[in-house]
Design a protein around this ligand. Structure first.
Ligand code: MG
Length: 209
């Protein structure tokens, strides 16, 4: 039975989106690696695990899920030849003048404001990690016109989400803790950061939007 969209839970859509991404050659871990690569110079405490949590939080948003479903469906339709001309050829060729793929991906980055937009512009130029692989992995019959931008959008949003939350959390901890507390990995029991936002260099996802 086909469900009405309103009957799909976020959990249902999240599962479908993750499966679709994997079918198309993209794991959440690969996106998390991009986030780590562009953020770890600014936050030495950053871990790949925290980046993965941020990617998952972005993927959990319904509007992000809708953008991913739409863009991936268009790539798949182009591969299957199920689009009218001239759109079919434009998508298959990843025509340089076609910018709808980038515009659609902005629906992901917009969730985290202007930092998301700046990160997206950077990733669109630098094509780090899996984004570059998707771009260079051009095989006959494969279409990734939307996917590379969607992945850049998710990575940019996940990085922006961290950028919004980490500085405050880390500086609060630095100011509040005595040096020996910092040396012990900021795990002072009952200390000023007892809300658990920073512990052992990791930041709880509960602390982030
Ligand atoms: Mg593209």
């Amino acid at each position: 039975m086909v469900k009405n969209n309103n009957h799909f839970t976020n959990h249902d859509l999240r599962r479908v989106v993750i499966e679709l991404l994997e079918q198309r050659g993209v794991t959440l871990q690969a996106i998390a690696q991009v986030v780590y690569d562009i953020q770890h110079a600014f936050y030495p405490e950053l871990t790949l695990e925290l980046c993965l949590e941020s990617v998952e939080a972005v993927i959990d948003k319904r509007e992000v899920q809708h953008v991913l479903l739409t863009g991936i469906a268009l790539d798949m339709a182009a591969e299957a030849g199920n689009l009218p001309e001239p759109l079919l050829s434009i998508l298959r060729d990843d025509n340089l003048l076609y910018g709808v793929d980038e515009v659609l991906a902005l629906g992901i980055t917009n969730v985290y404001g202007s930092i998301g937009l700046t990160n997206f512009g950077y990733l669109d130029k630098q094509k780090i990690g899996i984004i570059g692989e998707l771009n260079s992995r051009r095989q006959p019959g494969r279409v990734h016109t939307f996917l590379d931008d969607l992945v850049a959008g998710v990575a940019a949003a996940a990085a922006a989400r961290l950028a919004h939350a980490l500085p405050d959390k880390l500086s609060e901890a630095d100011l509040a803790l005595p040096p020996e507390g910092r040396d012990r990995g900021q795990q002072a029991a009952g200390g000023p950061v007892g809300d658990g936002t920073v512990a052992g260099g990791a930041v709880s996802r509960d602390a982030l939007p």
